[in-house]
Design a binder for this molecule. Structure first.
Ligand code: AMP
Length: 114
């Protein structure tokens, strides 16, 4: 999608600190980290929100979780623990309308979230 910042990152039209990439997904460190580890995993396919996931995307979404787990292990936060977040729409705090899993770790997470 031409005006989507995460599509532009996936297409290498704007720079990002990419930590993982394959044919379906790409992961890069968040530009405004909220924890010592804050990485985003996105599909290369544009899907605006979790509400727009179709049955044909189910395998893709599962893949995003697998990639997130791999990155958590590589970044050394898997054993102590980490949080995966997908914000949705305004009240969920979504600011970029291209689905992404936030991987947050490197410190204890709080509950309830803000
Ligand atoms: P959300 O608010 O859940 O939609 O998350 C969007 C995230 O994308 C925020 O944590 C932003 O800091 C992050 N972000 C926005 N632009 C960029 C960028 N160019 N590179 C890396 N992270 C970004």
């Amino acid at each position: 999608m031409s005006d989507c910042i995460f599509c532009k990152i996936a297409e290498k039209k704007i720079p990002a600190k990419v930590v993982y990439e394959d044919d379906r997904a790409i992961a890069f460190d968040d530009v405004a980290p909220q924890a010592p580890v804050h990485t985003l995993v996105i599909p290369k396919k544009h899907v605006a929100t979790v509400l727009d996931i179709t049955p044909e995307d189910h395998g893709l979404v599962g893949h995003l979780f697998k990639v997130a787990a791999t990155i958590a292990k590589e970044k050394g936060i898997a054993e102590k623990g980490f949080r995966l977040v997908m914000n949705t729409n305004a009240d969920g705090g979504q600011s970029v309308y291209h689905i992404h899993l936030h991987i947050l770790g490197g410190r204890a997470m709080h509950w309830p979230p803000g």
